[in-house]
Design a binder for this molecule. Structure first.
Ligand code: NAP
Length: 363
């Protein structure tokens, strides 16, 4: 394990291009002002990479913010690395159109890295036999746009080891990146070894456990030892293993704090103490449990009466049905189309049952 600070702040992709180890996550950065403010703070703090996605609905705001702000820092398009992702609704035959839409929303000639966001297709259950074909069709579209120079690197996100093996056995162009959830409580040993085997860069998302890990006493203790903040320690733990990170913050001070990763080192003992937290815990969605990101609006209309379902719901499989589990009871109001679904309790969890063939999202 490395015991000196990374000598470089980027990683070499299998396309021959360098990708910054630090990027700004933009999920839940919404609206032109918020995006502009965050991008401004990030550029000032030295960030040169930005992670967006069609489902974040901020590609246009990110593109505009960069156009407005790059000159302020004496930078050009070539100085920044922009990632976006194909929405699960466009998986398959609509993939080309989806990727071109991202390019047009960002208003860019090219995107540095474009990922298939999710292995499933919106509206299909995990076991649906159409999923593998849709994944292959999406990948072929990305390969085509890569050949045209419009997507400089292509990759995937939330793929399991089985999805990765399926892809490398059939692709013409190897994936450059796999972006998945990664932090001390989810060390992803198998996925990392699959990526190493196939020469794919393993990239982390939710390094701060969506903000929840920064208060873990075992993390705060390591932070205290090295006189750094918990967030810096969590991010340093990843980059010290050459894993690129994408911390999201809407706060200028925290954006700056999260960038101070390359002027200190965690001792081998502290690295091991953090890695010992591994327990397979996911703060985000789980591709083995949910087939696809679906929007709330795609729920049967009878169930559209819940307010603020986003962030409040997690799906767990309970064959042959899915149990939507709410963290904190969501507010609900009666729908004119029918009563809300019945609450159920399965395995000690309370939620409502989604019949086979129906799913709901969560993003
Ligand atoms: N491919 C995928 O499926 C996928 C899934 C999830 C995420 N991602 C990408 O990865 C990025 C990061 O993941 P994430 O947004 O899930 O979570 P994250 O970066 O682990 O955590 C973000 C949360 O931590 C808070 N935070 C940020 N810096 C902090 C600090 N220094 N101290 C304390 N709290 C801090 C933020 O609040 P404030 O904003 O108030 O600072 C926010 O609530 C996303 O934005 C997205 O770009 C990709």
């Amino acid at each position: 394990m490395s015991s000196s600070p990374s000598s470089t702040s980027s990683v070499l992709l299998n396309t021959g291009v360098q990708m910054p180890l630090l990027g700004l996550g933009t999920y839940k950065l919404w609206g032109p002002e918020d995006v502009h403010r965050a991008v401004d703070a990030a550029l000032a703090a030295g960030y040169r990479a930005f992670d967006s996605a069609a489902v974040y609905k901020n590609e246009a705001d990110l593109g505009r913010a960069l156009r407005e702000l790059l000159p302020k820092y004496g930078l050009t398009r070539e100085d920044v690395f922009i990632t976006s992702k194909l929405g699960p609704k466009d998986q398959g035959e609509k993939a080309m159109q989806g990727a071109l839409h991202s390019l047009s929303q960002l208003d860019l000639d090219y995107i540095d890295l474009y990922l298939i966001h999710w292995p499933g297709t919106q509206g299909l259950v995990v076991a649906d036999q159409r999923n593998p074909g849709n994944r292959a069709e999406s990948w072929a579209a990305l390969e085509e746009l890569h050949s045209q120079g419009r997507l400089k690197a292509i990759g995937v996100s939330n793929y399991t080891p089985a999805h990765m093996r399926e892809l490398v056995q059939t692709c013409r162009i190897s994936p450059a990146v796999l972006q998945v959830e990664f932090h001390p409580r989810l060390c992803q040993a198998e996925l990392r070894s699959v990526c190493a085997e196939y020469g794919v860069c393993f990239q982390a998302y939710s390094s701060l456990g969506k903000g929840e890990l920064v208060t873990d006493p075992r993390v705060t203790e390591v932070a205290k030892n090295c006189a750094r903040t918990p967030a810096q320690v969590l991010l340093r733990w990843a980059v010290q293993q050459d894993v690129p990170v994408l911390p999201k913050s809407s706060n200028a001070d925290r954006i700056k704090e999260n960038a101070r990763l390359f002027d200190f080192t965690l001792s081998d003992m502290d690295m091991d103490r953090l890695s010992a937290l591994d327990c397979g815990h996911k703060y985000c969605w789980d591709p083995s449990e949910r087939s696809s990101l679906r929007t709330w609006r795609s729920l049967p209309s009878m169930w559209m009466g819940f307010r603020q379902p986003k962030q409040a719901v997690k799906l767990v499989t309970h064959p042959p049905e899915l149990l939507a589990v709410f963290h904190g009871r969501p507010q609900r109001r009666r729908s004119r189309l029918g009563p809300p679904p019945e609450w159920s309790s399965v395995g000690g969890r309370t939620g409502f049952l989604v019949p086979p063939g129906q799913e709901l999202l969560v993003s």
